[in-house]
Design a protein around this ligand. Structure first.
Ligand code: ZN
Ligand code: ZN
Length: 353
């Protein structure tokens, strides 16, 4: 049975409403989110007609698994898609073909060729909104990944010692992520002292003197789903400047978390944190957006940014990660992962701030 059945049906209904004759999805996460089948090499042909069976084209390695997991889908050999009449067996003339953002240029051209004169319609927004609202089962998996993130951070943070490099610290975290989970959701970021002014600093051989602040941005993958969290180790005798920035970022994080609820747009949520940091004198030092959804991918819709029109709904995840970066001096980012509930949000990151 399709674990995301409702999502597949509502996506198909959307395609019907848009008069799409066939949506061809190539992105592995899009395919997984609609079918529950993981295949790196696949094309999911969604036939919106209620009578037609949709087809998952994949290769020999995945077909038995897809047959087992998705009896409600037909399977097809993906190599046939490079043939002369790839979709011949699917009958009727197709006038409007949907495609997702995972399509390669070569594949796009081959689809155009397979359906001469058909209109190619970008359905990225439809698949993104279908994925943005998580099912109860997905939320459980994301919660488990966030809980493991907390556990690993708790275990590793206390093992940081003066003399360790950023690389050493990242390695400790990575090891635990492999030991207890399915590895890193993205390359772990560890920044000692002024390196934290670089938002996506790559851990290097900078040595910790045990007194400088340390910023760690980490995410673990568990059961296919990601977590994402940033914490800063604030030294007992942090400079007054650091303390001021830290407290401002913490308050921006708190205000945004309190404002996250259904009906609020990504832009409005971003503005809550941005307004506060601007008033505190750090507006220009908060150069990135407030947050992003987390699920099968660590960065996915919805987005909470200055340009985002996403409207938050129950079941969406979003990170709340305001930051202030003063080049050559310091950087502070505090990131929590949240899931939108019926009347607010539940914060899934419980590590101490
Ligand atoms: Zn992060
Ligand atoms: Zn993030």
């Amino acid at each position: 049975m399709n674990p995301f059945g409702g999502r597949f049906d509502s996506f198909a209904a959307k395609m019907r409403a848009k008069k799409i004759d066939m949506a061809l999805l190539c992105d592995a996460c899009d395919i997984y989110a609609l079918s529950g089948a993981k295949c790196d090499a696949g094309v999911l042909a969604v036939l919106p007609s209620v009578r037609a069976k949709s087809v998952l084209y994949t290769d020999f390695r995945y077909i038995p698994e897809v047959n087992r997991l998705c009896p409600w889908l037909a399977t097809g050999d993906i190599s046939r898609l490079s043939g002369k009449k790839p979709f011949a067996a699917r009958g009727a003339v197709k006038k409007r073909i949907g495609f997702d953002p995972g399509i390669s240029h070569a594949r796009f051209l081959s689809f155009e060729k397979a359906f001469p004169g058909a209109e190619m319609v970008d359905v990225s927004a439809d698949i993104a909104s279908a994925r943005a609202v998580k099912t109860a089962g997905e939320i459980e998996k994301i919660k488990a990944a966030a809980a493991l993130n907390d556990k690993i951070w708790g275990r590793v943070e206390r093992r940081f010692r003066a003399g360790m490099t950023e690389r050493d610290m990242a390695r400790l975290l990575r090891r635990e992520m492999v030991e207890f989970g399915d590895g890193e959701a993205f390359p772990t970021i560890v920044c000692i002292g002024a390196n934290a002014a670089e938002c996506h600093h790559v851990p290097d051989d900078t040595v910790w003197d045990g007194k400088e602040p340390v910023l760690v941005d980490m995410g673990v993958t568990l059961g296919g789903y990601c977590s994402d969290m940033t914490r800063c180790i604030k030294p007992a005798r942090a400079s007054a400047a650091y303390r001021k920035v830290y407290n401002a970022v913490l308050e921006a994080n708190r205000l945004a978390a309190a404002a996250a609820k259904p009906g609020v747009t990504g832009r409005e949520l971003d503005a809550v944190a941005r307004r506060y940091l601007s008033k505190a004198g750090f507006g220009r030092a908060f150069g990135h957006s407030l947050g992003h959804g987390v699920g099968l991918e660590v960065h996915e819709p919805p987005y909470a940014s200055r340009k985002s029109d996403w409207i938050l709904e129950p079941g969406m995840t979003v990170t709340i990660e305001p930051g202030v970066y003063l080049e050559g001096n310091l950087g502070v980012r505090i990131e929590d992962l949240a899931v939108i509930t019926d009347d607010g949000c539940e914060i899934l990151s419980h590590s101490e701030k």
